[in-house]
Each structure stands twice: as structure tokens, then as C-alpha cells.
Design a protein around this ligand. Sequence first.
Ligand code: GDP
Ligand code: IMO
Ligand code: MG
Length: 422
Amino acid sequence: MSVVSVIGGQWGDEGKGKIVDYICRDIDLVARYQGGANAGHTVYINNKKIVLHQIPSGIIRENCDCILGNGMVVDPIGLVEEIKLLESFNIDVEDRMYIAFNSHIVTPFHKMIDKFSESKSKKKIGTTLKGIGPAYVDKYNRTGILAFDLLDHSNLNLKIQSKLSDLTSQYDNHDFDLKEIKDSLDKFKECCEKISKYIKDGFNLLHERYKSNSNILIEGAQGTMLDIDHGTYPYVTSSSPTSGGISTGLGFPGNQVNENIGIFKAYTTRVGEGPFPTELNDRFGEKLRKIGSEFGATTGRPRRCGWFDAVAARYSCKLNGFTKIALTKLDILDEFDEVLICNSYKIKGKEYSNFSEAQYYLNEVEPVFQHFPGWNESTYGKKSFEDLPENAKKYVLLLSNILETPIKIISTGPKRNQIISI
Ligand code: GDP
Ligand code: IMO
Ligand code: MG
């Protein structure tokens, strides 16, 4: 029996979907604890790409049941589309998916507010416009709609009416297209009805499975540097992707999690606004984006690219208590003469190696880079560490030393079997 978590160590899109899928061959239950349809986790089914947003990536393994935990904000419209997509791949979610009673529901109002705030704001976050922030606002304001509310239609209708009147009193007619909102409400209600059969006691399932020695995987979404408490606030998401979020987001004690696996790309990307100390606004950044196909899995936006930021990554290891690391997209560095690692930040002439000291001055950072020779040889699809070029091996070992955490998995391509397990 083991309980492992898979958590993004950087700014999201580290390849969590791929690693979850790989590990899930031996897993009975996979659970998500935070976020919602802002996530985009890419997995492959028989060489066909599929992007999951809310359903844990383990669903594509027949042996896995899934929980959408209480810490999530669930979008019924998106979820119905995702179920359909999976069905088109002959993957049946019936009897395998549990939505926690106390997860919160994203309504069309939340999406509208997200779009409105982003379009009017002078300090844009660059959100995914999936209504995530506004749904969590309602949760913390104690005015949210729970998944449990979907089980009682008349109660749900009352709550929707009350939200609609709040919206019309708080915003001007010019701010929203009321007709558009009313139209989307019909579809919303239809989807609420469709997903209601999945709203079940996920808490009990998780604890029963734990007691019966099942193998459980806890799938993080987003990444550590987007954490509402510990990330680059305010340019963060509205949940807790770090390991601390597991206890509250699933009602599962942190001390019962045996392994916390941190997922890191061999370089760094970020999508949306906010500071990014190692960002490359030059031909090297463009090259990483091109070779790495760095475009958002949810929004299609180009991802900002830069070298590996070891200052942020060390902070991430401490925050999450990573017991091991999965390093992804090593193959993307194959065609670089040199690879760089940022091991400290220089701010106003002073050098910092602790992220927490530098966190509020990130826009002033001059990254201090160490240069290493590249390998100029393909690592694509390699399956054993011994087969990697010498300089690639050195790069991996160096990162492991810098982060004081063993790198136990190396991903060398997007497909399930393009992986090295050490
Ligand atoms: P997630 O949000 O952390 O699950 O990551 P995304 O799915 O948003 O983005 C990761 C992208 O990199 C996806 O397109 C994956 O198919 C791809 N990917 C994952 N691991 C590797 C790898 O080792 N090599 C290559 N070339 N692509 C990878
Ligand atoms: P996965 O799980 C990368 C970013 C958005 C924006 C900020 C807030 O695929 O790694 P939100 O819509 O959450 O209010 O947006 O967070 N963001 C992500 N970036 N990967 C993600 O998920 C993300 N989910 C949100 O771009 O900067
Ligand atoms: Mg993603």
C-alpha cells in the first residue's frame, strides 16, 4: 500500500499528466484536491493526445477510480464535455468517478466575472477565464454552491436565482449581456443534472481504500509558484497546489502520504502575467517554445520560457517536502550548445540564494547563471539512464545535488513509454 502525491514544482505545465499516467499503472484510486478546469493535463491514449481539465489523469487507466475532491471548484459544463471526450475514446467513467459533496460549483456567473475583472483590470493576472478565482471568492465568502446542492433541484434553482439577482444588483447592464447569461443558465442546469449521479461520498471511499491498503495517487494541478499563499502573489491561482493543500482539499491527513513527487521541467515556463526571473526574451526563449511546443493546453496561449530556476525550485522542494523528483522534457534541451541553471538572484548588487528573501523583489532580479556544456545528441525516447549522453547525465545529477532531492524519474518524450525510472 502506498499513497503518493504528484505536484507541480514550478509554474504549472511541468508534465504532471504524463507522470500521473505513468505511475497509475499500479494505482487503484486517483484524487484531485484543488483547482478546476484551469488545469490542462496532457496524456496519450494509443498515440492520440487527450487533455484533461478536471477529471484526474488516472481515469484513462481502467484500474483507477477517481475522486474530484472537496478542494476543487467543479465546472459542470466543462465536466460533461470531458466525460463525452473520454467516451469517444471508449473510456467509461460511470461508477468510477466521485465528486465530493462539498466541492464547490463554478457557475456561468463566475466565468463572466472572471472575464469582466480581467478585461477591466489595470493589473491583469492573465487568468484562464474559467471562473476559478470568483468561485473560490464565493466559497470563502460562504455564498458558494456546493456539489451537494445539485442533488436538490428546487434548492439549486433558488440559489441560482439569488446569484442572478446579486449579479444584476452589483454590475451595470453594460458590463454583462444578461441574455447570454440566461441562455447559458439553461445549459448549466442541464449539465448539473447530468453530473449529479457522480456526486457521492468521496471522503468515505478514500478512507476505506486507505484502510484496505489500496495504492492511492493524489494529483496536483497548477504548480507551487502559483500557490495562493506561497506563490508569486498576486500572480497566482486561487487554490493551494502545494502538498499542504492535500489535507484540506481531500480531508486526508498529510502524514498518511508516503511520497511527495515533485514534477520539474528541465527548464522553466510560465503562462499568464507575473514575475519570471529566468525568462528568456530572446532567440533561446523562442527556441525552447518551438522545440518544446510550449503553448497552453487549456488556453492555447504561448508559454513564456526560460532556463531552470534553481532558486525557486529549492524553495518548492522545501515547501512541499518532495521525497523525489520527476524531471520532464529533458529531450527539449538536446539541441542547445549550452544549458544554464540559475542558482542565485542578484538584486541591487546583493546576491540571494533563498527565494523567500527575494520573493517581493522578483521584478528587479538579475539571474546569476551557471553555464554547462550541452550534449547536442538526441535523448528523445531514451529508456535508461546509462543510454543518456554524458553531459545530460551530469545535468540531471547536478540538478539533483542542487535540489538535495533524488531525481528518480526522467521523461524523454510525451508518450507513456518515453521514460527512465532510476
Ligand atoms: P501538466 O499541466 O503539468 O500536465 O502539463 P501539460 O500537459 O500542460 O504540458 C506538458 C506538455 O509537455 C504536454 O504537451 C506533454 O505531452 C508534453 N510532455 C510531457 N513530458 C514530456 C517530455 O518528457 N518530452 C516532451 N517532448 N514532451 C513532454
Ligand atoms: P496545469 O494544471 C499553468 C495560471 C494562469 C494565470 C494564473 C491564474 O495545467 O499545470 P486562474 O485561471 O487559475 O485564475 O489563473 O494561473 N494557471 C496555470 N498555468 N498551468 C496551469 O494548470 C494553470 N492554471 C492556472 O495562466 O497566470
Ligand atoms: Mg497544463
